[in-house]
Ligand binder design. Structure first.
Ligand code: PLP
Length: 340
Protein backbone atom coordinates (compact mmCIF):
# COMPACT_ATOMS: atom_id res chain seq x y z
CA UNK A 1 0.00 0.00 0.00
CA UNK A 2 1.58 3.29 -1.01
CA UNK A 3 0.89 6.39 1.00
CA UNK A 4 -0.78 9.31 -0.79
CA UNK A 5 2.24 11.49 -0.05
CA UNK A 6 5.91 10.85 -0.67
CA UNK A 7 9.27 12.50 -0.27
CA UNK A 8 11.28 12.17 -3.44
CA UNK A 9 14.99 12.26 -2.70
CA UNK A 10 17.46 13.29 -5.37
CA UNK A 11 20.28 11.13 -4.04
CA UNK A 12 22.60 12.19 -6.88
CA UNK A 13 22.17 15.80 -5.71
CA UNK A 14 22.87 14.70 -2.13
CA UNK A 15 26.13 13.10 -3.23
CA UNK A 16 27.03 16.06 -5.45
CA UNK A 17 26.45 18.43 -2.53
CA UNK A 18 28.82 16.38 -0.39
CA UNK A 19 31.45 16.35 -3.16
CA UNK A 20 31.09 20.12 -3.63
CA UNK A 21 31.52 20.77 0.10
CA UNK A 22 34.50 18.39 0.18
CA UNK A 23 36.08 20.25 -2.72
CA UNK A 24 35.56 23.65 -1.09
CA UNK A 25 37.06 22.27 2.12
CA UNK A 26 40.33 21.49 0.34
CA UNK A 27 42.59 19.15 2.29
CA UNK A 28 40.18 18.89 5.25
CA UNK A 29 38.12 15.71 5.40
CA UNK A 30 34.39 16.25 4.85
CA UNK A 31 31.99 14.48 7.21
CA UNK A 32 28.21 14.60 7.48
CA UNK A 33 25.75 15.48 10.24
CA UNK A 34 22.96 12.91 9.96
CA UNK A 35 21.24 13.68 13.27
CA UNK A 36 17.47 14.12 13.51
CA UNK A 37 16.94 11.20 11.13
CA UNK A 38 19.18 12.70 8.47
CA UNK A 39 17.53 16.11 8.90
CA UNK A 40 14.16 14.47 8.35
CA UNK A 41 15.05 12.65 5.14
CA UNK A 42 15.89 9.22 6.59
CA UNK A 43 19.27 8.72 8.28
CA UNK A 44 19.90 5.26 6.88
CA UNK A 45 19.23 6.24 3.28
CA UNK A 46 21.20 9.45 3.57
CA UNK A 47 24.19 7.90 5.36
CA UNK A 48 24.37 5.01 2.89
CA UNK A 49 24.50 7.32 -0.10
CA UNK A 50 27.04 9.61 1.52
CA UNK A 51 29.23 6.66 2.48
CA UNK A 52 29.06 5.46 -1.12
CA UNK A 53 30.23 8.92 -2.24
CA UNK A 54 33.27 8.64 0.05
CA UNK A 55 32.16 10.22 3.33
CA UNK A 56 33.80 8.55 6.35
CA UNK A 57 32.78 10.71 9.34
CA UNK A 58 29.19 10.85 10.56
CA UNK A 59 27.55 12.73 13.41
CA UNK A 60 24.32 11.99 15.26
CA UNK A 61 22.87 13.61 18.36
CA UNK A 62 21.98 10.60 20.53
CA UNK A 63 22.86 6.95 21.10
CA UNK A 64 19.41 5.91 19.90
CA UNK A 65 20.28 7.55 16.57
CA UNK A 66 23.66 5.81 16.54
CA UNK A 67 22.01 2.45 17.18
CA UNK A 68 19.78 2.86 14.16
CA UNK A 69 22.87 3.31 11.96
CA UNK A 70 24.92 0.56 13.55
CA UNK A 71 24.19 -1.92 10.77
CA UNK A 72 25.78 0.29 8.10
CA UNK A 73 29.30 -0.24 9.41
CA UNK A 74 30.20 3.44 9.04
CA UNK A 75 33.93 3.97 9.64
CA UNK A 76 33.49 6.87 12.10
CA UNK A 77 30.26 7.67 13.91
CA UNK A 78 30.19 10.28 16.69
CA UNK A 79 27.43 11.02 19.18
CA UNK A 80 27.33 14.77 19.70
CA UNK A 81 25.45 14.71 23.00
CA UNK A 82 28.11 12.75 24.83
CA UNK A 83 27.47 9.96 27.35
CA UNK A 84 25.10 9.79 30.24
CA UNK A 85 25.28 6.88 32.69
CA UNK A 86 22.30 5.41 30.85
CA UNK A 87 24.27 5.40 27.58
CA UNK A 88 27.35 3.62 28.87
CA UNK A 89 26.38 0.10 27.79
CA UNK A 90 25.87 1.24 24.23
CA UNK A 91 28.91 3.49 24.33
CA UNK A 92 31.14 0.65 25.55
CA UNK A 93 30.02 -1.47 22.60
CA UNK A 94 32.15 0.89 20.48
CA UNK A 95 29.48 1.28 17.81
CA UNK A 96 30.20 5.00 17.94
CA UNK A 97 32.38 7.49 19.78
CA UNK A 98 30.96 9.87 22.37
CA UNK A 99 31.68 13.56 21.96
CA UNK A 100 32.46 14.38 25.58
CA UNK A 101 31.38 17.87 26.51
CA UNK A 102 31.45 18.18 30.32
CA UNK A 103 33.99 17.35 33.04
CA UNK A 104 31.51 14.78 34.42
CA UNK A 105 31.39 13.03 31.04
CA UNK A 106 35.17 13.08 30.83
CA UNK A 107 35.38 11.46 34.28
CA UNK A 108 32.72 8.89 33.40
CA UNK A 109 34.54 7.93 30.23
CA UNK A 110 37.93 7.74 31.90
CA UNK A 111 36.55 5.62 34.78
CA UNK A 112 35.07 3.22 32.23
CA UNK A 113 38.41 2.61 30.59
CA UNK A 114 38.49 5.54 28.20
CA UNK A 115 38.49 4.19 24.67
CA UNK A 116 38.65 6.44 21.64
CA UNK A 117 36.46 9.52 22.07
CA UNK A 118 35.87 12.98 20.69
CA UNK A 119 35.67 16.14 22.77
CA UNK A 120 33.62 19.30 22.27
CA UNK A 121 35.17 22.56 23.44
CA UNK A 122 33.03 25.64 23.97
CA UNK A 123 34.67 28.60 22.24
CA UNK A 124 31.89 31.09 22.91
CA UNK A 125 28.52 29.66 21.93
CA UNK A 126 27.82 28.61 25.51
CA UNK A 127 25.92 25.57 24.43
CA UNK A 128 27.78 22.25 24.79
CA UNK A 129 31.48 21.88 25.52
CA UNK A 130 34.28 22.04 28.06
CA UNK A 131 36.05 25.33 28.71
CA UNK A 132 39.31 26.01 26.83
CA UNK A 133 40.95 26.90 30.14
CA UNK A 134 40.07 23.46 31.55
CA UNK A 135 41.73 21.91 28.51
CA UNK A 136 44.86 23.96 29.07
CA UNK A 137 44.74 22.92 32.75
CA UNK A 138 44.88 19.24 31.83
CA UNK A 139 41.23 18.13 32.02
CA UNK A 140 41.70 15.89 28.99
CA UNK A 141 45.12 14.49 29.84
CA UNK A 142 45.40 10.79 29.13
CA UNK A 143 42.25 10.55 27.01
CA UNK A 144 42.46 8.95 23.58
CA UNK A 145 40.96 11.78 21.56
CA UNK A 146 40.20 11.22 17.93
CA UNK A 147 38.63 14.62 17.16
CA UNK A 148 38.70 17.80 19.17
CA UNK A 149 35.81 19.95 18.03
CA UNK A 150 33.99 23.18 18.60
CA UNK A 151 30.90 24.71 17.04
CA UNK A 152 30.31 28.12 15.46
CA UNK A 153 27.41 30.20 16.75
CA UNK A 154 27.11 32.72 13.91
CA UNK A 155 28.65 31.16 10.81
CA UNK A 156 25.62 32.04 8.69
CA UNK A 157 26.29 35.76 9.24
CA UNK A 158 29.30 38.04 9.00
CA UNK A 159 29.81 38.40 12.72
CA UNK A 160 32.93 39.16 14.78
CA UNK A 161 32.21 36.04 16.82
CA UNK A 162 33.35 33.85 13.90
CA UNK A 163 36.99 34.92 13.96
CA UNK A 164 36.97 35.00 17.76
CA UNK A 165 35.80 31.39 17.95
CA UNK A 166 38.24 30.31 15.24
CA UNK A 167 41.17 31.89 17.10
CA UNK A 168 40.18 30.42 20.46
CA UNK A 169 39.89 27.03 18.83
CA UNK A 170 43.20 27.36 16.98
CA UNK A 171 44.94 28.14 20.28
CA UNK A 172 44.13 24.59 21.40
CA UNK A 173 46.23 23.03 18.65
CA UNK A 174 48.76 20.77 20.32
CA UNK A 175 47.19 21.19 23.76
CA UNK A 176 45.71 17.68 23.60
CA UNK A 177 46.76 14.51 21.85
CA UNK A 178 43.77 14.84 19.49
CA UNK A 179 44.43 13.36 16.09
CA UNK A 180 42.21 15.91 14.33
CA UNK A 181 40.51 19.26 14.92
CA UNK A 182 37.06 20.16 13.57
CA UNK A 183 35.13 23.43 13.71
CA UNK A 184 33.03 24.17 10.63
CA UNK A 185 29.39 23.32 9.97
CA UNK A 186 27.94 24.03 6.49
CA UNK A 187 28.09 27.79 6.84
CA UNK A 188 31.54 27.58 8.42
CA UNK A 189 32.86 25.85 5.30
CA UNK A 190 31.90 28.95 3.30
CA UNK A 191 33.85 31.19 5.72
CA UNK A 192 37.10 30.04 4.13
CA UNK A 193 40.08 27.79 4.66
CA UNK A 194 40.94 29.33 8.03
CA UNK A 195 37.84 27.60 9.40
CA UNK A 196 38.38 24.16 7.90
CA UNK A 197 41.03 22.62 10.21
CA UNK A 198 41.22 18.82 9.63
CA UNK A 199 37.55 17.86 9.34
CA UNK A 200 34.36 19.74 8.47
CA UNK A 201 30.86 18.73 9.60
CA UNK A 202 28.20 19.95 7.17
CA UNK A 203 24.56 19.12 7.70
CA UNK A 204 21.99 21.43 6.14
CA UNK A 205 23.93 22.11 2.92
CA UNK A 206 24.14 18.39 2.15
CA UNK A 207 20.35 18.35 2.07
CA UNK A 208 19.89 21.42 -0.11
CA UNK A 209 20.07 24.19 2.48
CA UNK A 210 21.96 27.35 1.58
CA UNK A 211 23.06 29.00 4.85
CA UNK A 212 25.35 31.53 3.14
CA UNK A 213 25.18 33.13 -0.30
CA UNK A 214 28.62 31.77 -1.22
CA UNK A 215 26.97 28.34 -1.44
CA UNK A 216 24.13 29.43 -3.75
CA UNK A 217 24.62 27.89 -7.19
CA UNK A 218 26.76 25.17 -5.62
CA UNK A 219 24.16 23.38 -3.55
CA UNK A 220 21.25 21.57 -5.21
CA UNK A 221 17.81 20.73 -3.90
CA UNK A 222 17.58 17.21 -2.50
CA UNK A 223 14.08 16.75 -1.03
CA UNK A 224 10.87 17.09 -3.03
CA UNK A 225 7.56 16.62 -1.16
CA UNK A 226 4.89 15.22 -3.44
CA UNK A 227 1.22 14.66 -2.70
CA UNK A 228 -1.68 13.05 -4.47
CA UNK A 229 -4.80 14.95 -5.51
CA UNK A 230 -7.78 13.66 -3.49
CA UNK A 231 -10.42 15.84 -5.13
CA UNK A 232 -10.69 18.39 -7.90
CA UNK A 233 -13.49 20.92 -7.94
CA UNK A 234 -14.60 24.17 -9.52
CA UNK A 235 -15.04 26.96 -6.99
CA UNK A 236 -17.41 29.63 -8.25
CA UNK A 237 -16.56 33.32 -8.04
CA UNK A 238 -17.53 34.61 -4.58
CA UNK A 239 -17.13 31.25 -2.82
CA UNK A 240 -14.42 30.61 -0.24
CA UNK A 241 -11.92 27.80 0.33
CA UNK A 242 -10.76 26.25 3.58
CA UNK A 243 -10.81 27.01 7.29
CA UNK A 244 -12.00 30.43 8.34
CA UNK A 245 -12.92 31.21 4.73
CA UNK A 246 -9.78 33.32 4.34
CA UNK A 247 -9.61 32.88 0.56
CA UNK A 248 -12.37 34.05 -1.74
CA UNK A 249 -12.54 33.23 -5.45
CA UNK A 250 -12.48 36.38 -7.56
CA UNK A 251 -13.27 34.26 -10.63
CA UNK A 252 -14.38 30.68 -11.20
CA UNK A 253 -11.33 28.72 -10.08
CA UNK A 254 -10.18 25.15 -10.56
CA UNK A 255 -9.05 23.80 -7.19
CA UNK A 256 -7.27 20.58 -6.24
CA UNK A 257 -7.10 19.25 -2.69
CA UNK A 258 -3.78 17.54 -1.88
CA UNK A 259 -3.06 14.86 0.69
CA UNK A 260 -0.53 16.92 2.66
CA UNK A 261 -0.82 19.28 5.61
CA UNK A 262 0.92 20.82 8.56
CA UNK A 263 0.99 17.49 10.39
CA UNK A 264 3.33 16.37 7.61
CA UNK A 265 5.52 19.42 8.12
CA UNK A 266 3.94 21.44 5.31
CA UNK A 267 3.72 24.43 7.58
CA UNK A 268 0.67 26.60 8.12
CA UNK A 269 2.94 29.50 7.16
CA UNK A 270 2.51 28.34 3.53
CA UNK A 271 -1.17 29.35 3.67
CA UNK A 272 -1.72 31.59 0.62
CA UNK A 273 2.09 31.65 0.14
CA UNK A 274 3.22 28.19 -0.94
CA UNK A 275 2.96 26.72 -4.42
CA UNK A 276 3.51 23.66 -6.56
CA UNK A 277 5.13 22.91 -9.92
CA UNK A 278 7.47 25.90 -9.97
CA UNK A 279 4.89 28.48 -8.92
CA UNK A 280 2.25 27.38 -11.44
CA UNK A 281 -0.05 26.06 -8.71
CA UNK A 282 -0.49 28.52 -5.83
CA UNK A 283 -1.65 27.40 -2.40
CA UNK A 284 -4.98 29.03 -1.60
CA UNK A 285 -6.42 29.53 1.85
CA UNK A 286 -5.27 27.95 5.07
CA UNK A 287 -3.09 24.85 5.14
CA UNK A 288 -5.05 22.23 7.12
CA UNK A 289 -3.60 19.47 9.29
CA UNK A 290 -3.74 16.85 6.53
CA UNK A 291 -4.82 18.78 3.44
CA UNK A 292 -3.96 21.77 1.34
CA UNK A 293 -5.83 23.43 -1.54
CA UNK A 294 -4.06 24.62 -4.67
CA UNK A 295 -5.25 26.57 -7.68
CA UNK A 296 -4.88 24.25 -10.68
CA UNK A 297 -6.51 26.50 -13.26
CA UNK A 298 -3.16 26.47 -15.11
CA UNK A 299 -3.22 22.66 -15.42
CA UNK A 300 -6.57 21.54 -16.91
CA UNK A 301 -5.40 17.92 -17.21
CA UNK A 302 -4.57 17.40 -13.53
CA UNK A 303 -7.06 14.95 -12.06
CA UNK A 304 -7.94 13.05 -8.90
CA UNK A 305 -5.11 10.61 -8.16
CA UNK A 306 -2.41 12.63 -9.93
CA UNK A 307 0.72 13.67 -8.06
CA UNK A 308 1.81 17.26 -7.49
CA UNK A 309 5.30 18.35 -6.42
CA UNK A 310 5.27 21.17 -3.88
CA UNK A 311 7.86 23.94 -4.27
CA UNK A 312 10.35 23.20 -1.51
CA UNK A 313 13.72 24.63 -2.62
CA UNK A 314 14.86 25.50 0.88
CA UNK A 315 16.16 29.08 0.52
CA UNK A 316 13.05 30.16 -1.40
CA UNK A 317 10.63 28.19 0.78
CA UNK A 318 12.19 29.72 3.91
CA UNK A 319 11.79 33.23 2.48
CA UNK A 320 8.17 32.52 1.59
CA UNK A 321 7.18 31.01 4.90
CA UNK A 322 9.44 32.79 7.35
CA UNK A 323 10.36 29.33 8.67
CA UNK A 324 14.05 28.42 8.84
CA UNK A 325 15.51 26.06 6.26
CA UNK A 326 16.42 23.73 9.12
CA UNK A 327 12.87 23.56 10.45
CA UNK A 328 11.40 23.08 6.97
CA UNK A 329 13.50 19.92 6.60
CA UNK A 330 13.56 18.44 10.08
CA UNK A 331 9.85 19.10 10.56
CA UNK A 332 8.83 16.84 7.70
CA UNK A 333 6.51 14.24 9.14
CA UNK A 334 6.46 10.48 9.18
CA UNK A 335 3.58 9.82 6.81
CA UNK A 336 5.65 10.14 3.63
CA UNK A 337 6.36 6.97 1.69
CA UNK A 338 10.08 7.67 1.40
CA UNK A 339 11.44 7.40 -2.08
CA UNK A 340 15.09 6.38 -2.02
C1 PLP B 1 24.08 20.09 13.60
C2 PLP B 1 25.55 20.25 13.76
C3 PLP B 1 26.38 20.40 12.65
C4 PLP B 1 25.84 20.62 11.26
O1 PLP B 1 25.35 21.94 11.16
P1 PLP B 1 24.72 22.56 9.81
O2 PLP B 1 24.49 23.97 10.16
O3 PLP B 1 23.46 21.82 9.57
O4 PLP B 1 25.71 22.36 8.74
C5 PLP B 1 27.75 20.41 12.87
N1 PLP B 1 28.26 20.32 14.14
C6 PLP B 1 27.48 20.21 15.22
C7 PLP B 1 28.09 20.12 16.57
C8 PLP B 1 26.10 20.19 15.08
O5 PLP B 1 25.32 20.10 16.17
Amino acid sequence: MTAPLRLRLDTAALQDNWRALARISGPAACGAAVKANGYGLGATVVASHLAAAGCRDFFVATWAEAERLAGLGLPNLSVLHGVRDADMDLARSAMARPVLSTPAQVARWRDAGGGACDVMVDTGMNRLGVAPQDVHDGLLDGLRIETLMSHLACADEDHPMNARQRDRFASLAGATGARRMSLANSAGIALGSGYHFDLVRPGIALYGGVPRDELAGVIRQVAYPEAQILQRRTVRAGETVGYNATWTATRDTEVAILNLGYADGYRRAFSDRGSGEGGALPVIGRVSMDLVAIDVTARPALAEGDWVTLDYALPAAAMRSGVSQYELLTGLGTRFANQG
